[in-house]
Design a protein around this ligand. Sequence first.
Ligand code: ATP
Ligand code: MG
Length: 595
Amino acid sequence: MSSPAPPARPPSASPRTAPDPDPAAVEGRQDFVRQIVRDDLASGRHRAIRTRFPPEPNGYLHIGHAKAICLDFGLAAEFGGRCNLRFDDTNPAKEDPEFVEAIQDDVRWLGFEWASLRHASDYFEVFYLAAEKLIRQGDAFVCDLSAEQVREYRGTLTAPGRESPFRDRAVDENLDLFRRMRAGEFADGARTLRAKIDMSSGNINLRDPALYRIKKVAHQNTGDAWPIYPMYDYAHALGDAVEGITHSLCTLEFEDHRPLYDWCVERVDLAGDPGLLRPLLERGLPSEAGRPRQIEFSRLNINYAVMSKRKLSALVADGLVDGWDDPRMYTLQGLRRRGYTPAALRLFVDRLGISKQNSVIDFSVLEGALRDDLDAHAERRMAVVDPLRLVLTNLPDGHAETLSFANHPKDETRGRRAVPFSNVVWIERDDFAEVPPKGWKRLIPGGEVRLRGAGIVRCDEVVKDAGGAVVELRGTLDPESRPGMEGANRKVKGTLHWVGAAQAVAAEIRLYDRLFSVADPDDESGGLTYRDHLNPESRRTVRGYVEPAAAQAAPEQGFQFERLGYFVADRHDHRPDAPVFNRSVTLRDTWASKA
Ligand code: ATP
Ligand code: MG
C-alpha cells in the first residue's frame, strides 16, 4: 500500500480499500474504546457497530483528524461494522464546497472508504420536526432574549443561572413563533429556540442551551431554504441517532457536552418515533435510527506545530505559507506533498494508541513512523544537493559506462537499475574538506574514498577560483577497485554518493524543516504569537543533480536519496525533464544534534 506509485498511475487513483492487512497490528490495539466495542458485541447490545467521522467543512483536515479517521474507520473495518462520512455543515457562514471535496480526497487517500456519505443538512427537515416535538412535550421554548442577555442569565461556574422570562410560554405560542422563525419572519439573532433543562445545573451546557438560531445565510448545500440553523450539540446528537451510530467517538472537550447529547437523543427518541424520519424516506435516504453512545478520547497534539483550523487558515490567508498543501503544514494535504504516505500516518496513529490522557507528542514520533515506512518501501537513488565537480583524470575524456545498482538493499523484488557513470561526477561539496576536522572519514587532498558502487578514488588536485573557493577536484580512479575486480573490497574509510555528470539531470530540491522554531507556538505568555515563531529556515531551495532513474519518477513517488534522506517528487511541479523533489525527512533525527 505504501509502495511508490508505478509511473503510469495517476495520483488520484490511490488504493481505497480499508487497510487492515496486518493482524498483528489489529491484535496490538488494546485501547479502552476497542474494549467497549468488544464488550458491546459480546453482550449482544449491538449486532454490528456503526461509527462516523464528522468533520466541519470549514478547513482542510490536519494530522489530528487523521487520528480520529483511523479510529472511526479503523474500528468499523476491524469489527466488521460500517463508518459514515458526515459533514457537520450547520454553520454555513464558514463552510465551502472546496473543503467538502478536499476532505473526501483526504479520507480516501488515507486508505478509507465510507459506507455512506452524509451531511447534517440532509437531516434539517428531521431536526425541525424533532424540535416541534420537543416544543409539544414542553422540552423547548422560543426565547426573545438577546445574545448578550442570554450570556448574562447563564450564570457562571460558581453561580447558577436565571430562568428566561420566556421560559413558560404556552406550547401553542412556542409552536407559532418557531414556525415563524422557520418562515423567515424575524431578524438574525432576534430569537432562539432553547431546550428547557435546568438553569441551576452545575454543567453550564445544560442551562437551557440554544437548539436553533436565526441566521439568514445561504448554505452551500441547502441554498436559501433555511433561515434557521440547528446548533452543533443538537444536530450532532440527532445526526448520530438518525444514522444508527452505535459508538459516537469524539475528543475530550466534548465530555461536558455528553449530558446534553444524551438529553437530545432521549427526549427526541428518533428510534421510537419513526414518523420523524419521514422526510428522509421521501428523499430515498435510508435510516436506521438508534440510540448512540458518545465516547471521548484525547486529542492529538504535536509540538512545533499549530493545529487549530483558525490558525492554519490565517497562515494561508496571510501568505505565510504557500497554501493549504504547503509541505511544511501539518494538514493532510501538506503532509502528502511533503512525502508522507498513508501507511506512515496510520503507523503513527497506531503507535500513539487511544486513551483519555492529554499529551503533546514529540514530532520525532511522526518522523520516526515515516522513516520506518520509507526505509522498508522506498527505493534508493543517488542525488547531490550541493554539487562539486570531480574529474577522474585516468579515465578518457567522454568516458561513459553503466553500472547496475539494487533498488532496495533489503528487498530483491525491487529489482535493479542502470546508473550511468562517467569520467566526471558530482559529489557533495561538504564531503570534501581541505582541512578536515577530527574523525573525518570523507575526501581530503591526497586522500581516498569509495564512490559507492564505482570504485576507489584519490584526490590529486584541488582547483580554486580567483577568490580561493574550491571549484573542482581532480583525481584518479583505482582500476583494481572497480566492481568485480580483485581490489573491489579494499578497505577505505569513507563511502560517498555521487551522480555521473554526463547523464545527471539538474533538479530543484526543496529542503524542508519545521515551520516553527519553538516547541509550543500556541503559547502567547511572552506577548508573542505563533506568527512570531515561524522558522526562517523552514524551506531552502537548492539546485542539485539526480540520476536519470530519479528524474523519471512519477509525481508523489518517494525515494531514499542515499546518505541524504527521503525525498518525494513534487505532486504538482515535478517533471522528468525538470525534476522537483521535496525532502520528506532526513535519515536520522538531526534536529536534536543541531539544537
Ligand atoms: P479544529 O479545532 O482544529 O478546528 P475541529 O475539532 O473543529 O478542529 P472538526 O472538523 O469538528 O474539527 O473535527 C472532526 C472530528 O475530528 C471530530 O470528531 C474531532 O473530535 C476530531 N478531531 C479534530 N481535531 C483532532 C485532534 N487534534 N485529535 C484527534 N481528533 C481530532
Ligand atoms: Mg469542531
